[in-house]
Ligand binder design. Structure first.
Ligand code: FE2
Length: 406
């Protein structure tokens, strides 16, 4: 029944609520630091959340440096430039402000400001976790990272990974270590009200995909399973509200909680949807959440027998939610597999209500041709997420899944 020894860990202190950003100076003091580098992107520098952080820091008399040149899919040059700024200003900590890219960049800065090796040396697949542990032991602890998300999807604020494109290797690499976990996560729903509806919907579906893929990953992690189910309930209840009224603070706050829950849950691992989504972003610039949203129903159909119990549970959540009254219901005689199909139907209806396309050919500015799919499938097969899909996938299966949602 129990497949070996499991470890469970949910250690990030989370400061949540409207106005939580006012606790940032106190969080720095609690971490014993006084000279942070704030890492963000140019769009956010010009937006309200950045101005709010400046206001809070100035009111507290707390100085800080800014690095504002993180790319949407961060590259190694971003990290090198940020580390140079960190060292020039003799910083002692890193604040990540933004979506997953800024938060991942902040974590990578903490690693590279401590060690001197190129980013590729810290790649998880190449023994990076041990190398990060080694530099922390010999060169001193990694500087504390405080994560302040302005989207509700990736959950990077509680994650122990960063995804950065290495110029040496010419591809995205995953840096992974428990030492990368932010020392504090500040979730202030007021910082997410400016997120446009389309991005709200797409990032929210990333959180949804984290929850359902972690729930179905064949790993013994009952704590994560319960968190994944809780996250699904919240997304189903609040994502449409947050998308249709960006100023709905309750919906915004609950979606931040759901995103955090999704990322806590996926310490179990993910599934084939994420393997399909990753090359769509790197090759065609499709938003990560949208890529997941498009591929998810096809993957669920592929998994319907292997994950029928979990999908039946999802159907129950949809049927209990007041916002999902428009879909098919259950009869006493409905089998588990038919109930799983009902869940898939409800996911598709949710995507339609959110106004998200369900066809790949509509994304990537029309550049995703049918002929491009085999090369994408080869890349998806090399992505490790599908290794914990509830039904094993061949490269041919992944191509069939792309074709199914093309
Ligand atoms: Fe994701």
């Amino acid at each position: 029944m129990f497949d070996g020894i499991s470890t469970f860990s949910f250690p990030t202190p989370i400061i949540f609520g409207p106005g939580a950003i006012e606790r940032l100076p106190e969080a720095l003091r609690e971490c014993g630091v006084s000279s942070p580098l704030l890492v963000t992107d140019p769009g956010l520098r010009a937006a309200a959340p950045f101005a709010r952080v400046v206001e809070v820091m100035e009111t507290a008399g707390q100085a800080f440096e800014v690095f504002d040149a993180v790319h949407p899919n961060p590259v190694e040059a971003d990290i090198e430039a940020a580390v140079a700024a960190y060292r020039a200003a003799r910083c002692d900590s890193v604040i990540g402000l933004g979506g997953g890219s800024a938060l991942d960049a902040a974590k990578a800065v903490a690693v590279c400001a401590t060690g001197d090796a190129p980013l590729a040396e810290y790649e998880a697949q190449a023994g990076g976790m041990e190398r990060i542990a080694e530099i922390a032991k010999t060169l001193g602890p990694l500087p504390p990272v405080i994560a302040i998300p302005t989207t509700a999807g990736t959950g990077s604020e509680v994650g122990r990974a960063a995804v950065i494109t290495s110029h040496e290797l010419g591809r995205k690499i995953i840096i992974f270590s428990p030492l990368l976990m932010p020392r504090r996560a500040i979730l202030d729903p007021e910082l997410t009200v400016g997120l446009p509806a389309r991005l709200t919907a797409a990032t929210g579906m990333d959180a949804f995909t984290h929850c359902i893929e972690s729930l179905t990953a064949p790993v013994f992690q009952p704590l994560c399973d319960a968190i994944a189910v809780g996250g699904l309930e919240i997304v189903i209840k609040y994502l449409e509200r947050a998308t249709s009224d960006g100023a709905d603070i309750e919906a915004r706050g609950m979606m931040q909680i759901a995103a955090t829950m999704g990322a806590i849950a996926f310490q179990k691992d993910l599934g084939a949807t994420h393997s399909l989504a990753h090359p769509l972003s790197t090759e065609f610039g499709v938003h990560h959440g949208l890529a997941n949203a498009i591929c998810l129903p096809a993957v669920m159909r592929f998994n319907r027998e292997a994950a029928s119990a979990e999908y039946a549970r999802l159907a129950g959540i949809f049927l209990n939610a007041t916002s999902a009254t428009a879909g098919p219901g259950l009869r006493n005689s409905t089998s588990e597999i038919d109930t799983a199909d009902i869940a898939i139907d409800h996911v598709e209806r949710l995507l339609d209500r959110l106004g998200l396309t369900r066809r790949l050919r509509d994304c990537g500015e029309g550049r995703i041709t049918r002929e491009a799919l085999p090369a994408l499938a080869a890349k998806a097969f090399r992505d490790s997420c599908h290794l914990t899909n509830p039904r094993p996938c061949t490269q041919r299966d992944l191509l069939g899944l792309y074709e199914g949602c093309w």
